[in-house]
Write a protein that binds this ligand. Structure first.
Ligand code: PHE
Ligand code: FE
Length: 316
């Protein structure tokens, strides 16, 4: 059961909208366990098998790319749209990691590495700590355009990679990886708290600009439905960034978020996360976690959600 345990751990650490595991037979082994048949991924870095992408794969990329770029101006932060253009990420075909790497290396020293899927926590942190970003090499099927339960190439590449061209965000991601290695050595609570921070910033973060709230979280940027929902729906809360509050806040992996946290600038993320987290981990050990949809008296509330359509159980 060791493999299952590692896999279950990686689900917790690696944000990816994981409700049910979808079996993708052509790239994973299956292991019979007491939890049923579970997919098992290799943790090694793989060469992007670019020549093996089919016309259907390239079509999926093109369709999703166009669809998001049509709705993201005025919704995504300027930095995202600009870096995506600057690195030459376009709609024509699935980008080659090697070509994006040339841009990334020149700009911020990051390298994309191909992977099969979710990685064990420590492996993932070690990549980030060395300015390597793991990108799932395969792309979803045409019938999964709107939802799939784990990260694929579109989520990783379209959502996460452009901002690695931004020097401040690039540094934040590396610092996060270093912090992850450290938290891993401290214990499971520290890890869970640090994972919540990743979730509510890197995956589902909003940023306040002169023009209004904008998206920078990759989980939103790669989802059409959530790109609208996070900004335009009255249902979710939008609350000002507060580091230790976020580290206590549970989240949803199976539905849109109940709460989004808003930063003022990427520099705010850098600054807030600069201190040694050990004292935070000790302090948080005696505090309760906060349900995903709760609003606290101490919150800076941009919008208090109506809670419409929320399911009552299922925060993790
Ligand atoms: N400064 C944090 C620590 O000492 C590490 C960290 C950096 C965590 C950036 C998150 C983001 O643990
Ligand atoms: Fe992600």
């Amino acid at each position: 059961m060791v493999l299952w345990r590692n896999f279950a751990k990686s689900l917790r650490a690696f944000p990816g909208r994981l409700a049910l595991m979808v079996a993708i037979p052509q790239r994973v082994e299956h292991l019979q366990t007491d939890k049923g048949s579970v997919p098992v991924y290799t943790t090694t870095v793989v060469e992007q098998p670019w020549d093996s992408y089919t016309d259907v794969d390239h079509d999926v990329w093109r369709t999703l790319f166009r669809r998001q770029r049509e709705i993201l101006p005025g919704r995504a932060c300027r930095e995202f749209l600009e870096t995506q253009d600057a690195m030459g990420m376009g709609e024509d075909q699935i980008p080659k990691f090697s070509e994006l790497n040339a841009q990334l290396q020149a700009k911020t020293g990051w390298t994309l590495v191909g992977v099969e899927g979710l990685l064990p926590e420590l492996t993932f942190f070690e990549h980030l700590a060395n300015r390597r970003f793991p990108v799932t090499w395969w792309i979803r099927k045409p019938e999964q355009l709107d939802y799939l339960s784990e990260p694929d190439l579109f989520h990783d590449l379209f959502g996460h990679v452009p901002l690695l061209m931004n020097p401040v965000f690039a540094d934040y991601m590396q610092a996060y990886g270093l912090g992850g290695v450290k938290a891993h050595g401290i214990g499971p609570e520290a890890l869970a708290e640090l994972t919540r921070l990743y979730w509510y910033t890197v995956e589902f973060g909003l940023i306040n600009t002169d023009e209004g709230l904008r998206i920078y979280g990759a989980g939103i940027l790669s989802s059409k439905g959530e790109s609208f929902y996070c900004l335009e729906s009255t249902a979710p809360n939008r609350i000002g960034f507060d580091l230790t509050r976020i580290m206590r806040t549970r989240y949803r992996i199976d539905t849109f978020q109940k709460t989004y946290f808003v930063i003022n600038a990427f520099e705010q993320l850098m600054k807030a996360t600069e201190p040694d987290f050990r004292p935070y981990y000790s302090e948080l050990a005696s505090q309760e976690t906060i349900p995903a949809g709760n609003v606290l008296a101490s919150d800076r509330v941009f919008h208090r959600g109506t809670g419409e359509g929320w399911s009552s159980a299922g925060d993790v």
